[in-house]
Design a protein around this ligand. Structure first.
Ligand code: C2E
Ligand code: MG
Ligand code: MG
Ligand code: MG
Length: 284
């Protein structure tokens, strides 16, 4: 063992790691400041009913416009937020903002069924005990229809710690939060966990909706949709980019879809206009 330790120690001085490390550290400081200064923004991507293309709700997606570097993708800053612990602050900010927005929509715009928002939760947030208290506080101080503030978690997040996750998810559901299983199909091969967690919605990953080779698509999609429905869940297809995607999903019995065909993530004002366009279209 002593020998291995000595060997490993050299790794620390590998110079190639330094520029990358510095970049991450810079961004971490900038991100901390961005959260404090409200530089981070909350965007909303429509999730529509395929039958009539009416908006059912929105996925909440964080956006960061860095003063010098411009737009930075969540795939870059969310991992930094996770590693540094800033995700707790960021997550609470996103949850609070989007719950307030949802309450306002439900209060001001008449829709046949209450709109929902679906907020991404990272693994560190789920493992932190305060999440339950935060969700409880948010739900108790705003009038939001039960189940319409949804939390989105991936398979890999819940499966990293299945017993603990199951307990936390049960409590969140008891508080009135909705639960969506994100990126379905990309994680584990066993499906038994689907019944272990109280998800009400599954979101089919983009890779099944727009696979590289299209030949197997209908068979797999149809099976996932049937599985979700048999388990009493709503099914959302992610990444519908074209009209043909939307038509095919509808024919396969999928109720909901999200993707560039229906709209990209947009500001709260744009989302409000999007809802009004669906539900308050005035005759000319
Ligand atoms: P996700 O939760 O699976 O979100 C869906 C991603 O697919 C979004 O990327 C969205 O813009 C993109 N997308 C939607 N429709 C289409 C389409 O038709 N075609 C294609 N090619 N892409 C589409 P985005 O906004 O870059 O977010 C990436 C990931 O970052 C998210 O994946 C989520 O895991 C994470 N993320 C974003 N915001 C937050 C947040 O506030 N908190 C946490 N914990 N994670 C976040
Ligand atoms: Mg998501
Ligand atoms: Mg997803
Ligand atoms: Mg994803």
């Amino acid at each position: 063992h002593a020998k291995r330790l000595g060997g490993d120690r050299q790794e620390v001085f590998r110079p190639i790691l330094r520029p990358l490390g510095r970049n991450v550290i810079d961004l971490e400081g900038d991100l901390r400041k961005a959260i404090k200064d409200g530089e981070l923004d909350v965007y909303y991507q429509p999730i529509v009913r395929l039958a009539d293309q009416s908006v059912a709700g929105f996925e909440v997606l964080s956006r960061w416009k860095h003063p010098k570097r411009g737009q930075i993708a969540p795939s870059e800053f969310i991992p930094i937020a996770e590693q540094s612990g800033l995700i707790n602050e960021l997550g609470l900010y996103v949850l609070t903002r989007s719950a307030r927005q949802l309450a306002e929509w439900q209060d001001k715009i008449r829709t046949p069924a209450p709109l929902f928002v679906s907020v991404n939760i990272s693994s560190r947030q789920l493992l932190r005990h305060d999440l339950i208290n935060e969700v409880k506080a948010i739900l108790s101080r705003s009038r939001i229809a039960p189940g319409t503030l949804k939390l989105e978690l991936t398979e890999s997040i819940v499966m990293a710690n299945p017993e603990y996750s199951a307990k936390v998810l049960e409590r969140l559901r008891a508080l009135g939060a909705g639960l969506s299983l994100d990126d379905f199909g990309t994680g584990y091969s066993s499906l038994s966990y689907l019944q272990r967690f109280p998800f009400d919605t599954i979101k089919i990953d983009q890779s099944f909706v727009r696979p590289n080779g299209r030949s197997a698509r209908p068979v797999i999609l149809r099976s996932i949709v049937a599985l979700g429905h048999d388990l009493g869940m709503a099914v959302v297809a992610e990444g519908a980019e074209g009209e043909s995607d939307a038509l095919e999903l509808l024919q396969l019995g999928c109720e909901y879809a999200q993707g560039y065909f229906f709209g990209e993530a947009m500001s709260a004002d744009e989302a409000t206009a999007y809802i009004r366009k669906t539900y308050e279209a005035q005759p000319a």
